[in-house]
Design a protein around this ligand. Structure first.
Ligand code: BMA
Length: 390
């Protein structure tokens, strides 16, 4: 199955992707260097590397294969930090995850992100992962620019940041820092490393300052659209794919999925974030909606974050069988849900906060069985590696 997937991928990347998966902007001319406009996020031609990444994701969405992702995976795990070529996924399954997630929170004020990872390390690990054929995705738990509090400080802010808002120029300056980071991600040939950027996630919940209760529909859409058009347009970052990622707990209908949807021209990946216990039915239902919507609009569905509610230390959850019985099997039982491209588990911070087992943990054998499932793709399954894996 894995070899079959690579064959499919080669076809997709050589231009054989189904019409429905084509990027709507792929055939258009390069944008002109005029200022970004919040009303018309200008179409941007993706760089060849970003287009290849989009095709890889689109190919993953066409079969039952699911690329496995993990946040901060090579930066640290439970009981270690900063080791060379290490991840808890590799320690258990022999290979790193196929998608690596990172977060740029605190970039504007610190050399380390909000979880203590130096941005220099993130940069190095992203470039290294790309060299190995791994895909990288980046979220931002952005501090509240109005109050100076963290992402969970819900002081009213969105209306001040959008074009015309009182703090708009400060927000542009903040985006310039983010743009500078993205521009520093260079592959060996000097081109920009493609990134799946995932701004303002879980906006249909109330926990972040960009959440449901803290902005109007129009304000959130304006913030998202301005952010993408500024980075892709004015800052010329043609290496960015963009994911929209509502929380699945608030997605019961298609209309719920499209709550504050910013528009086809600024979204490539239809994501979902979801954490749950022993019952996967809510997950499967929301995934079916996202996959269906993605198919209709020529987008790619992904589980942009998932895991056991409160992590694998949750005593109320059957964690010893969770990855196989509570996650993979329910998804595979749904023909629709098989249209997911990747699923990314959250970070392994410490024994109280981790989402992938580590060696010696009671859930490790189940996770190894999960990795060994023919549908689950790790590093090396999604693209030929340049050299030996170890
Ligand atoms: C959350 C938790 C926090 C972390 C944040 C950003 O879900 O893991 O500890 O700071 O994500 O990574």
């Amino acid at each position: 199955v894995r070899l079959g997937f690579i064959a499919l991928l080669l076809v997709a990347c050589s231009g054989g992707a189904p019409e429905s998966a084509r990027h709507p902007d792929a055939d258009r001319a390069s944008p002109s260097p005029t200022p970004a406009d919040e009303k018309t996020a200008r179409p941007t031609t993706l760089s060849p590397a970003a287009e290849t990444m989009r095709k890889k994701l689109a190919a993953l969405a066409t079969g039952a294969e699911l690329a496995f992702g993990h946040e901060d995976t090579t930066a640290y795990g439970v009981g270690w930090q900063g080791d060379s070529d290490r991840s808890d996924v590799k320690s258990l399954c022999g290979h790193h995850a196929a998608v690596h997630g990172w977060d740029l929170g605190d970039l504007e004020k610190s050399p380390r992100n909000l979880d203590g990872v130096p941005f220099e390390t993130i940069r190095r690990l992203i470039v290294d992962a790309h060299r190995r054929g791994i895909m990288n995705t980046v979220s931002v738990h952005l501090d509240n620019p109005v109050s100076g509090g963290d992402a969970w400080d819900t002081t009213h802010a969105v209306s001040a940041l959008v074009p015309g808002g009182a703090r708009h120029s400060e927000y542009r300056a903040l985006l310039d820092r983010i743009a500078e980071f993205f521009r520093s991600l260079r592959s060996d040939d000097g081109t920009l490393v493609p990134i799946l950027f995932r701004p303002f996630h879980e906006h249909n919940g109330n926990w972040f300052w960009w959440g449901r209760a803290h902005a109007t529909d129009a304000e959130y859409v304006a913030l998202f659209r301005f952010t993408v058009s500024y980075l892709r347009g004015e800052r010329r970052l043609d290496n960015l794919l963009v994911a929209f990622s509502p929380g699945a707990a608030n997605v019961e209908t298609e209309a719920d999925y499209f709550f504050r949807y910013p528009g086809d021209d600024v979204v490539d990946v239809f994501g979902l974030d979801h954490y749950y216990g022993n019952d996967a039915s809510e997950l499967v239902h929301a995934v079916e909606l996202a996959v269906t919507a993605a198919e209709h609009r020529g987008k790619i569905a992904a589980l942009t974050e998932f895991g056991v509610h409160r992590g694998l230390s949750n005593p109320l959850v059957d964690v010893e069988h969770w990855f196989t019985r509570k996650f993979l099997e329910p998804l595979l039982e749904s023909p629709k849900a098989r249209g997911l491209s990747y699923a990314l588990a959250w970070r392994n911070a410490n024994p109280e906060h981790f989402f992938v087992p580590y060696p010696g943990h009671a859930a490790a054998p189940d996770f190894q069985a999960f990795c060994a499932a023919p549908e689950i793709l790790l590093e090396g399954d999604i693209a030929p590696s340049p050299g030996p894996k170890d």
